[in-house]
Design a protein around this ligand. Structure first.
Ligand SMILES: C[S@@+](CC[C@H](N)C(=O)[O-])C[C@H]1O[C@@H](n2cnc3c(N)ncnc32)[C@H](O)[C@@H]1O
Length: 462
């Protein structure tokens, strides 16, 4: 079988014993991961494993939403989570409907194969110090040859695992059920890859390798733009996941945003999934007034308006209000952003549950009476797109100075959740501002950049 493969020259050169050891190692690794994921690798026809991708650092709130919407699904957040949440649930009409309601998820994948057998030791790439020029050249050539052999070996190993052991039929079944359409006679597909860590292959090489193996096995044709199936490969260090994308980032955006108004280009918009997780983090209570003072095109107020209140707790300010009965405000300096926000809010496919008011303002003097707000959830401006970093300092100072005034002293739990990548600047400004303190922080990645959500509360005299 190996000899029939186009990469046979590489394979036959492998030492037989090494292959056996490799196989055993892969098997053990898969078993270890399976143990970690709690369930046996063989999925029964009515149980499907899914991978939900969410904002790295905010996995907990994705898990919370899964429990809230799906009830009893086995959930696993891997140690090196990087925005990944695995869960198992039965493939029924009801669960598929519930999966379509998930708002903290930016990509949902029906898992075909999971393994942790990828070599990812960066050292295999590194050149050892050498003495002479000739030796350097010889070493260089040898090293390139070694890397090439290793790359071919790993790619072939992964192809064989995915195609030979992957749960294709149930993943395809879930895709058909998801779209409520049978597979057409001619299936168009693409293979895509997201990779973190150092490996002997590049992302496009892995996607290409898996793609050509799928093409050979299923005779589906490759179409990178007009595809029905996205065979998604995700690699982080030695872990490898392959699956079919049910919900991709573009579809998520389309679900939650209207087409842009003529002539309008948004500067930076938060991912709806991040905004939703922030709203969950805020644990909005019935009757509270929630505000995003840097609302942009409205992602946070809109997602907050879809989130239900946190179950009544003793902290709840107004206990008699119904579970979606809170109030939302979104303010911004840019009028055109607010126009887009209002259109987005009206057109989201999920019916908004809470009304949102949009106000044009400058946060340096928020035109609200003292103590008006219970909760502030915001994604603060940062970086070049909003002016130079040095220009951020006065803006941060003026805004943070407003917090002890606008947050309600009558609500014992009034709070602000401030997201930024200018973490040192905000930490300093918060520390220098009287009347408030940082209760906790949550680290996360926004567009690959390290960011933090500061949870700020009013200091109260006892
Ligand atoms: C990081 S963006 C927020 C994006 C928003 N979360 C979204 O999804 O569209 C920061 C926003 O702050 C607004 N902004 C900057 N300076 C402001 C100020 N002084 N007062 C009010 N808004 C301001 C910008 O117009 C921009 O829309």
């Amino acid at each position: 079988m190996v000899g029939a493969h186009p990469k046979s020259t590489v394979c036959v050169s492998l030492d037989c014993r090494r292959q056996i050891v490799e196989k055993q190692r892969a098997k053990n690794a898969a078993l270890r991961l399976e143990k970690k994921l709690n369930t046996p690798i063989s999925q029964t026809l009515d149980m499907m494993r899914f991978l939900a991708m969410t904002t790295p650092g905010l996995e907990r709130w994705c898990q919370e939403e899964l429990i809230e919407k799906l009830g009893d699904c086995q959930i696993v957040i891997p140690l090196n989570a990087r925005g990944r949440v695995f869960f198992n649930c039965p493939l029924t009409e009801k669960t598929l409907q519930q999966l379509k309601q998930l708002l903290s998820v930016e990509r949902l994948v029906a898992v075909i194969w999971v393994s942790n057998s990828i070599p990812h030791d960066g050292k295999t790439w590194k050149c050892k110090p050498t003495r002479s020029k000739d030796q350097t050249r010889a070493n260089q050539e040898q090293r390139e040859m070694d890397i090439k052999v290793e790359r071919e070996e790993v790619l072939l190993h992964l192809e064989n695992e995915v195609l030979g052991k992957g749960q294709w039929s149930i993943a395809l079944e879930s895709l058909v059920e998801w779209h409520k359409q049978p597979l057409p006679a001619e299936v168009k597909f693409r293979a895509s890859c997201e990779r973190h860590g150092t490996h002997v292959f590049k992302s496009n090489e892995l996607a290409g390798s898996v793609g050509s193996a799928v093409n050979r096995k299923y005779r589906w044709s490759v179409d990178l733009t007009n595809f029905l199936l996205d065979v998604f490969v995700y690699v982080v260090d030695n872990e490898f996941v392959c699956g079919l994308t049910l919900l991709g980032e573009e579809e998520v955006k389309e679900r939650f945003r209207a087409p842009l108004l003529p002539g309008f280009t948004p500067i930076t918009a938060l991912k709806p999934s991040t905004a939703y997780s922030m709203a969950k983090l805020a644990r909005i209570q019935p009757g509270e007034i929630v505000c995003d003072p840097f609302a942009g095109i409205g992602t946070i107020p809109i997602e907050a308006s879809h989130s239900s209140c946190h179950p009544y707790s003793s902290n709840s300010f107004i206990s008699s209000a119904s579970s979606h009965n809170f109030f939302c405000l979104g303010g911004d300096l840019a009028m055109d952003s607010l126009r887009q926000a209002a259109v987005n809010h009206k057109s989201t496919q999920q019916p908004p549950r809470t009304h949102v008011d949009w106000i044009n303002w400058d946060v340096q003097s928020i035109p609200l009476r003292a103590g008006f707000l219970d909760v502030i959830i915001t994604d603060m401006p940062f970086g070049l797109r909003h002016g130079k970093y040095t220009m951020m300092a006065p803006l941060y100072h003026s805004f943070v100075r407003e917090l002890p005034r606008v947050l309600s002293a009558d609500n014992p739990n009034s709070r602000a959740f401030l997201l930024t990548i200018c973490t040192n600047l905000l930490a300093n400004v918060l520390q220098q501002t009287p009347g408030i303190y940082v209760d906790s922080t949550v680290e996360c990645l926004i567009g690959g950049l390290q960011a933090k959500i500061f949870c700020v509360k009013l200091s109260r005299q006892t």
